[in-house]
Design a protein around this ligand. Structure first.
Ligand code: ASP
Length: 286
């Protein structure tokens, strides 16, 4: 089976990102490595540095105006994850260091920032003009209404949809099969509108990503709903029972109208599926 690297630009992302994603996949696949982790991390790093995406530079602001990002990597039954990390350029690189250099699996908030600084990741403001404008619109939107948080936080998103509030999409993720081994990586600024401290599915193994000896899976969409359904682990356990595309489609359809998507790679297939548009990019090589 050829090696494969598959990227996504987020559930709901515009197909105009396809060209950039294919470019990132192709430039990454020229790497001289036989470790699938190197490929997913490099691809996600490139997407974090592209301000069009809601990850790294270009991450969306929270309701209070802060930027907190989530990222994770998984390979070889090893996991590294950061959540609510602030003021770093590439959360995915910090997530990889959590896996390689600490005894831990997940590090959050100020602890994640402290670890990043100790490892030499310098202070960096990921704000862009675009995310500043989106945030100002959000503030204006909520200032104009008497908003009470609904009982279940995910209903907030439905509320946003009803009133046409612009939701931020364009999270990024990657899965790879290299030399028959698998890895997954994901990075996001989150799914606005959201409170400070909110953690989505992306940094949670089993929910936002999963990689094992049979394949790798990454999810995107409304994190709260993805967590409730342990989306990636559920897809992973079904690998081999049906064509991969069918497994993804059936899982995504369980979510009804809630925006979700997933990408996955198995020993002999790779596939993507979303209930909305979702830009993807891919590269295969011998
Ligand atoms: N799943 C991400 C989150 O909820 C957002 C996304 O994939 O668009 O944080």
């Amino acid at each position: 089976m050829p090696n494969v690297l598959l990227l996504h630009g987020g559930a709901g992302s515009d197909n105009s990102y396809t060209e950039a994603l294919n470019r990132y996949a192709n430039s990454t696949s020229s790497k001289k490595s036989m470790d699938p982790l190197d490929f997913v991390v490099e691809a996600v790093r490139l997407m974090e540095d592209d301000p069009s995406f809601n990850a790294g530079t270009g991450s969306v602001k929270r309701i209070d105006g802060s930027i907190q990002m989530d990222a994770a990597v998984m390979a070889n039954s090893q996991i590294g994850s950061v959540s609510a990390i602030e003021r770093v350029k590439n959360p995915v690189l910090v997530a990889r260091e959590v896996m390689l250099q600490t005894p831990h699996v997940m590090i959050t908030g100020d602890g994640a920032v402290k670890l990043a600084r100790a490892l030499g990741f310098s202070d960096y403001d990921p704000t862009t003009e675009r995310t500043e404008t989106i945030w100002k619109k959000m503030v204006a939107f909520f200032n104009g209404r008497d908003v009470e948080l609904p009982e279940r936080y995910s209903q907030y998103y439905r509320y946003a949809k009803i009133f046409g509030f612009p939701q931020q999409k364009d999270t990024v993720g990657a899965v790879a099969r290299v030399g028959g081994k698998f890895a997954a990586a994901v990075s996001t600024g989150g799914s606005s509108p959201m409170m400070r401290g909110r953690v989505g599915d992306s940094p949670l193994p089993g929910a936002g990503l999963y990689a094992g000896e049979n394949g790798a899976v990454v999810a995107t969409g409304i994190g709260e709903e993805i967590i409730r359904k342990m989306m990636c682990y559920d897809i992973y356990t079904k690998i081999g029972t049906e064509p991969l595309h069918e497994i993804l489609k059936n899982k995504v359809e369980e979510f009804g109208e809630v925006l979700v998507g997933a990408i996955a790679v198995s020993k002999d297939e790779f596939a993507s599926y979303s209930n909305s548009s979702m830009a993807t990019g891919e590269s295969t090589w011998p």
